[in-house]
Design a protein. Structure first.
Length: 666
């Protein structure tokens, strides 16, 4: 090592979940000792088990643990860490934290504090980019933050307009405003969300670019004057301004456009004396014009697709630059090979407006021949304290369609049981013709699924036939284990035909499934008048292979102690409960005026008072969970009869917030 180089022998990762694991794996391969930090909620998390050492730094809320820079630095000093890698989110773009790390004599695996400060402030960064000649979206980035000033500026910029938090990212503190009348409420919500997420309510305004692509350039810089880019990523498929699908390269990219965007990104990095990994984000309109959006001064969630097409380990490059070594390649040596697509697996319900979900993980299993960066494991739990993204699934191929098909197959063999998740939605997205043709823009989800949103649709008879056959086989296996009867005799009856009736609810309907074993060990199955021939060929603890009417099918499953069966088929996840076995139907909720919390979180506001008249769709309360604010709306017309919860308190899922006395129908 030279005088200006430092050997990193131990690394503390100031993060959690999949990114903590991802950083630690590269560090371990390099022979670096890894140190994890964790909150009380993460005591048994995979990243804690993987690390060589682990330190608890506080209670579950991020403000009491992962955002406590002092506790992180104290842990690093106590365990003699040479460096701290911040991952993304949390403290990764906090200049004060980076400065404190370096003041403690520890290497910060990230850019200089000056670059973090400029690029972490959307207003300042935009002004700096304009000075550097980087194309920017027209808007307002001034210091005057009074609503009157913002409303006047919006009128000059023109509608539709984007309201954005100047600090932070991830879609928080961001609102699309179509009309001037909607602006005051949008400003209030965006400011409140930004203050809670980033500690700053400073806002900027930008003209909304209609149907753009979100294209970003990965840049890298060292301490020796080298700044290069590693090509682009297309991150256009988004919901709530948060990315869902990312790919490299961009489907409409040309060599000329890549060179222009790459050069602009490099100039952006040079303008702030950048060092390490960074991402310069652009909006690309339909005419081919591009505009600077922001720069993320950290590793991005979607970095694996760049790794797949370049063959580079970006965390390894980060560590090399942090040690003071020069980048091992120049711009002319960067080669893009094939195509890669990544999808984000979220614990959320896409059919309920992507409502975040929490709960136990009964089973998590990934498909083969794909890369999976996950921060969860079977037997764990999704808590309400952190982001709802639980894993990333990535596929690479020689062509875009090969990568897409490989990802579809891998997702079809991936199972996450116990919490609502977006696996099936991702499969549907990848199968859409617009996406398959490479034509998706940031408007894709809204245009494809409309105001009603995504609906998985009803399961067909074949799915219920599979469920009936599998549940029958599981029942026979359980009976065989508990009895002295030979397994070969389990379905035998000398006097009559053995038939099992199951009744599965779906929506408002009940589906009857009759399973009859035949002499060959297979099943004759009848589902509401449709007949199937099935056999269970292989039955494991959580996986099975079946034959249904001659077609072979592999699936994952989980049978809860209470009898609920979870199935993950290639294109559908299903959770079924046999009412015939239970002997009772579940009660349907809704329309009774009882308003409960849809998830764990902090009740920020109650917007009505007892005695108020409300109409269906009126805003009743605002709940913050998983770093996002969610409006709770009235499901019925009526009078607010009772308020049962207090603003500013943490409440659990299904906690009663208020009651509405429904209006009498006329």
């Amino acid at each position: 090592m030279t005088n200006n180089q430092t050997r990193i022998g131990s690394l503390l990762v100031a993060n959690r979940g999949e990114i903590a694991l991802r950083v630690m794996r590269t560090a371990r391969e390099a022979g670096i000792r890894t140190i994890a930090v964790y909150s009380e909620a993460d005591a048994e998390a995979p990243h804690v088990e993987f690390a060589d050492e682990a330190v608890c730094i506080g209670a579950p809320p991020v403000a009491e643990s992962y955002l406590r820079g002092d506790a992180v630095i104290a842990a690093a000093l106590e365990h003699q860490a040479d460096a701290i890698h911040p991952g993304y989110g949390f403290l990764s773009e906090n200049a004060d934290f980076a400065r404190a790390v370096e003041a403690a004599g520890i290497v910060f695996v990230g850019p200089p504090t000056g670059a973090i400060e400029v690029m972490g402030d959307k207003a300042r960064s935009k002004r700096r980019m304009l000075e550097a000649g980087v194309p920017c979206v027209p808007g307002y980035e001034g210091e005057e933050q009074a609503d009157t000033a913002l409303i006047a500026a919006a009128a000059e910029v023109g509608f539709p307009i984007m309201v954005k938090a100047s600090a932070g990212g991830g879609g928080r503190g961001m609102r699309l405003v179509e009309t001037e009348a909607a602006l005051p409420d949008a400003l209030k919500l965006a400011r409140s969300e930004a203050e809670n997420a980033f500690g700053s309510g400073h806002l900027i305004l930008e003209r909304a670019i209609v149907r753009p692509r979100h294209v970003e350039i990965q840049v890298f810089a060292d301490n020796h004057g080298s700044v290069i880019h590693l090509g682009e990523r297309d991150c256009s498929v988004q919901r709530r301004h948060q990315k869902v699908v990312e790919e490299a390269p961009c489907p409409v990219m040309t060599e000329e456009l890549r060179a222009a965007m790459g050069q602009a990104a490099v100039e952006a990095a040079r303008a702030v004396n950048y060092r390490g990994a960074g991402t310069v984000e652009f909006l690309l309109d339909e005419s081919g014009e591009f505009y600077f959006l922001e720069m993320n001064t950290r590793l991005q969630v979607e970095h694996p697709v760049t790794e797949a097409v370049t063959g580079l380990d970006l965390v390894s490059l980060q560590l090399a630059v942090a040690e003071g070594r020069p980048l091992p390649l120049g711009q002319e040596e960067v080669r893009l090979q094939g195509h890669a697509i990544e999808v984000r697996l979220y614990a959320e319900d896409p059919a309920q407006d992507f409502l975040p979900a929490t709960g136990p993980i009964h089973l998590f299993k990934a498909g083969p021949e794909i890369r999976v960066d996950a921060g969860i494991a079977t037997g764990g739990e999704i808590s309400p304290f952190y982001d709802s993204m639980v894993a990333k699934v990535i596929a690479h191929g020689d062509t875009r369609d090969e990568a897409r098909r490989r990802l579809l197959e891998g997702l079809g063999q991936t199972a996450l049981f116990g919490v609502a998740n977006n696996r099936d939605f991702l499969i549907d997205v990848l199968g859409q013709e617009t996406f398959a043709r490479g034509e998706a823009t940031t408007a894709f989800i809204g245009e494809t699924y409309g105001e009603a949103g995504w609906n998985p649709g009803s399961a067909d008879a074949a799915v219920f036939a599979v469920a009936g056959a599998l549940e029958h086989a599981l029942g026979q296996r359980a009976a065989a284990r508990e009895s002295a009867v030979s397994p070969e005799l389990m379905d035998f009856a000398s006097a009559r035909d053995l038939a099992t009736m199951r009744r599965y609810p779906q929506g408002d309907a009940m589906t009857s499934v009759v399973v009859r074993p035949d002499e060959a060990g297979a099943y004759e199955i009848e589902v509401e008048g449709e007949s199937f021939k099935a056999s269970v060929d292989v039955l494991g603890d959580s996986a099975a292979r079946l034959t249904l009417d001659g077609a072979h099918l592999a699936l994952s499953f989980w049978l809860e102690a209470g009898g609920r069966l979870h199935l993950a088929l290639p294109d559908r996840t299903l959770s079924l409960c046999d009412y015939a076995a239970l002997g009772a139907a579940e009660e349907e909720a809704g329309g009774d005026g009882l308003v409960n919390a849809p998830m764990h979180g902090q009740l920020l506001e109650i917007l009505v008072a007892e005695g108020d008249s409300v109409a269906r769709g009126d805003r009743l309360a605002v709940l913050e969970a998983m770093k996002m604010q969610h409006e709770i709306l009235a499901a019925v017309d009526g009078i607010v009869k009772r308020i049962s919860a207090a603003p500013g308190t943490q409440i659990a899922a299904d906690t009663r917030i208020l009651e509405i006395e429904p209006a009498e129908e006329t």
